[in-house]
Design a protein around this ligand. Structure first.
Ligand code: BGC
Length: 261
């Protein structure tokens, strides 16, 4: 018998290295149901401090329902298996349980780029696309989502490829690298181009979607990318993809957990 989605409205929260933002989401349409609210990521971003901010967001929306939440690290069965851009104490932490306990509400945790991939597949630039789609989020780090014939392959971490040499891709061409190194677009775009060509060689994707805050400025770099055998487009949901994808993931998990109708 068909299982029905247990929740249509879910609070989506996107935890990033610099900001934690959220909004209630209609998971059937991907629409934000209130203006999104953002709070700076506490420094150090310990589990206790991040838990407090997530609780504050819940309070801001007077939320009492299910929560979908992203995290900028490998998330495997609710445990964070890396901690590149957050406090080291998240390494191997039961992050999903920590944040659920901090809010007292059911909470589903998903990698931030995987959430962006889910949102783009359901409502955005990857909607209805077969083949191999790669979503690359350029922010504090570089996140990646791999979607094959509409199905997400989780925790790909292409931002941690050793590239170009003796470093990892996210130190070379994330949005933060651009800022930290004071790179103008004319110096930054060739770096991103090199990286995207490397992904081309490794993955032969059909489509690459660029997300993260930088996707708002896609006209500054996408037209100057050269030598790629695939199409590159900005994320349709731009910086809301994490919030929407986290909410979608929580609704999906709730539907799987619900008793059959
Ligand atoms: C993390 C990824 C994350 C990305 C974007 C990387 O440093 O390892 O898990 O998706 O940053 O936040």
């Amino acid at each position: 018998m068909a299982r029905t989605a247990a929740a249509v409205t879910v609070l989506g929260i996107d935890i990033g290295g610099t900001g934690i933002k959220g909004a209630p989401v209609n998971v059937l349409t991907g629409e934000l149901l209130a203006e999104r609210h953002k709070i700076d990521t506490p420094q150090p971003s310990t589990p206790e401090a991040v838990g407090r901010v997530v609780r504050e967001l819940v309070g801001h929306f007077g939320w009492t329902g299910p929560i979908g939440c992203t995290f900028p690290a490998i998330v495997h069965n609710g445990v964070t298996l890396s901690a590149a851009n957050v406090d080291r104490t998240w390494l191997n932490a039961p992050a999903e349980r920590i944040l659920a306990d901090a809010t007292g509400l059911p909470l589903t945790l998903v990698n931030d780029a995987d959430a962006a991939g889910l949102a783009e597949a359901q409502f955005g630039a990857a909607h209805g696309r077969g083949g191999k789609v790669v979503v690359i989020t350029l922010g504090t780090g570089i996140g990646s989502a791999l979607i094959v014939d509409g199905r997400l392959i989780r925790n790909t971490e292409f931002g941690h490829l050793i590239f170009p040499k003796d470093t990892i891709a996210e130190k070379y061409c994330s949005a933060k690298a651009k800022e930290d190194l004071g790179l103008k677009w004319k110096d930054y775009t060739p770096r991103l181009n090199d990286y995207l060509r490397h992904l081309d060689l490794l993955l032969s994707p059909d489509l690459v979607i660029i997300g993260g805050g930088i996707s708002r400025k896609a006209d500054k770099f996408i037209p100057d990318l050269t030598g790629l055998r695939y199409e590159v487009v900005p994320a349709t949901l731009q910086n809301n993809a994490g919030i929407v994808g986290a909410a979608v993931e929580a609704a999906r998990c709730a539907a799987l957990a619900a008793p059959a109708a």
